[in-house]
Write a protein that binds this ligand. Structure first.
Ligand code: UDP
Length: 242
């Protein structure tokens, strides 16, 4: 990106630049893919642009449905303008179907449909490998008070209902996803980060015999191939639908 903008923060998949309006930031989506806390790394040309496009359309859909998000507009290619937020260092994972770490850490069988959505909260801390938290640990660390935590969990459940329908409409099962929230300059809690195949598990429902076909980052995590093709397919189905 144009070097006249100050780089505020660089994460694994995005760079955040200062905007001339101090309440806004410019988010650049990178082509890098990482997994297992960045032990596994690769670059896929076009991934940044696809995630920016997919996230923008999902944020626009959520905003239309009264979910407050940091998204303001998409600029060309892989750039998004968003409200500046103070990120709450929690990763809020919602699961509709058991998969991934839930099945590594508990006897729940992969693919089991959960009776009701499960929310798992992790500490956003790469040095500690994003540990799973408890409510008491969240209080101990003084990350957020009970009222704001309850607000975030309720909003996550609302977002799940909206996104499940959104993805069903394009023949995708929303297995699980990760959200991040933050406080904007008015002290309001809003949804931040991105919503893309990098942080959602998305299974293709166009399969006849119940085979699991992942159209998300599991293609990279599990060396399944067809990574960019899967992300392009999600983008294409969203475009055909909206
Ligand atoms: N996830 C994420 N960032 C993380 C960990 C998980 O976006 O640091 C997403 C992941 O893509 C999946 C969901 O959260 O959609 C649940 O992930 P899980 O806890 O099963 O971890 P995994 O086994 O994928 O590492």
């Amino acid at each position: 990106m144009n070097s006249k903008f100050e780089l505020i923060y660089e994460g694994k998949a995005k760079k955040i630049f200062a905007h001339e309006d101090s309440d806004k930031v410019i988010i650049e989506f990178k082509d890098d893919a990482t997994a297992f806390n960045a032990i596994k790394k690769a670059k896929f040309e076009g991934k940044g642009e696809l995630n920016c496009l997919i996230s923008s359309k999902i944020f626009e859909f959520l905003i239309k449905n009264n979910i407050p998000t940091h998204y303001l507009e998409r600029k060309n290619d892989n750039l998004m303008i968003a409200q500046k937020i103070r990120i709450i260092p929690l990763e809020i994972v919602l699961r509709n179907i058991a998969y991934g770490s839930l099945c590594k850490q508990t006897p729940v069988k992969p693919g089991s449909v959960l009776e009701s959505p499960l929310i798992d909260i992790y500490l956003k801390n790469d040095n500690l490998n994003d540990p799973l938290l408890t409510k008491d640990r969240i209080n101990l660390l003084k990350i957020i008070d009970d009222k704001d935590l309850e607000f975030i969990c309720k909003m996550t459940l609302r977002i799940n209902k909206l996104l499940k329908t959104f993805f069903y409409n394009i023949n995708i099962e929303l297995v699980d996803f990760k959200l991040e929230f933050g406080y904007n300059s008015n002290g309001q809690i809003i949804l931040g980060d991105e919503i893309s195949p990098d942080n959602c598990r998305l299974w293709d429902l166009n399969q006849k015999n119940g085979t699991i076909v992942s159209l998300d980052k599991d293609r990279f995590r599990n060396d399944l191939g067809g990574f960019i093709e899967a992300y392009s397919e999600i983008n294409k189905r969203i475009n055909n639908f909206i």
